[in-house]
Write a protein that binds this ligand. Sequence first.
Ligand code: NAD
Length: 449
Amino acid sequence: MQVVQVVNPATEEPIAELEQAGVEEADAAVARAKAAFPAWRAVTPADRARLLRRLAALVEENGEELARIETRNVGKPISDSRGEVGMVADVFHFYAGAVDKHHGETIPVAGGVDMTFREPLGVVGLIVPWNFPLNISSWKLGPALACGNTVVLKPAELTPLSALRLAELALEAGIPDGVVNVVAGKGSIVGSRLVEHPDVAKIGFTGSTEVGRSVMAGAAATIKRVTLELGGKSANVIFADADLEAAAAAAPYAVFGNAGQDCCARSRILVERAAYDRFLELLVDATRNVKVGDPENESTEMGPLISSQQREKVASFVDGEPLFRGDVPDANGFWFPCTLVEASNDDRVAREEVFGPVAAVIPFADEAQAIRLANDTPYGLSGSIWTENGARALRVARAIDAGVLSLNANTSVRVQTPFGGFKQSGFGRELGMHALDGYSEIKNVFVAT
Ligand code: NAD
């Protein structure tokens, strides 16, 4: 097998060597998952919940180790990694509690009784990206396991370490061998094998819109179920009647968090012209305060990008002198400064997902134009609306074609609430009770009386 080095993006130094799985290992993992399925689906709801709760507890007990792995492998600030690992535990606690609350119905019909069951799908393939490796793994594993499926999870090439550790914890929790399988390998080989494998019933995919498109096409051959969590180009809409101080203080973290490598990054900052100059002043000051540096430092707020290729791609979006460019450490690591550029919504920086710390600031004249600009994108994942006018906040929220919006806040993800996109940001919902629908099939049974 080919051996690859896993690198710390903050130092460019290798932190692990891993054998790369290929088609054979992917097939073996699917076979293990298939063999484990009948016994796993038969585990009583209370016992399945108990096992998920034990996994949640083990994530908590090993939280600092998992957070360190994530920080060294992804380059994210240690405080962020701790928060994300905390969410992973909460996700397993939530789905432990959900096992026996996602149930069928009885429906009045003529001649008998009609009832529905939620059946597991079988073996599900989970394909995750490198930006939130452990978090996104848990968003898929939690509902998949709660519904009684067995899984083959493929982490991203660059960031396999935390998922591999999580699989060990699943075994330690008592989840039977074969239920959770992690296969680290290339997307074009292991990922696409899972997509085409006849024994895989569903693919839960998070990644780029481009790869999502090929996953959807590949799944057609076996009519596999797919849920797709894809890219975004979200708008942060600031009206002149907003609390400008609060909006400006929060805006940098909504796009420079995770060094901008966030599908929900509010990388188009739309500002009403009447407040444009004042807001810009506040935004530049707030951006200057973002603490960029060693991810293992407790106070760091932004680390490096994931790779040198990513840095090249991000740099290609900045031509000319930006409105503001921050500082980065003068050392090894794939650093890129917080960057603000003034743009029109037609510029490349406003149309494509940058996936780095570059925000486009775009003025608008009035509410109608704000809505038009916010929707003038192929994506529809997330976004924010800042205004003190409650009716306007709801009016604009209803008018923006995106799956997850916040008013006077920039958060997108909560354990209990549905998360997912409109348009080319994908379909299907993760988190909350809604995610369970994507990991089960409704069976309808009629009993003649
Ligand atoms: P990517 O699409 O390159 O890769 C995602 C995963 O797909 C990886 O595990 C990769 O190995 C695998 N893959 C690659 N080619 C494949 C193929 N042909 N068949 C099957 N699998 C294949 O994405 P990335 O660069 O790892 O992550 C960044 C992207 O993910 C961004 O576009 C971002 O917006 C998106 N993302 C979306 C969400 C969301 O929930 N909507 C969350 C995080 C990231």
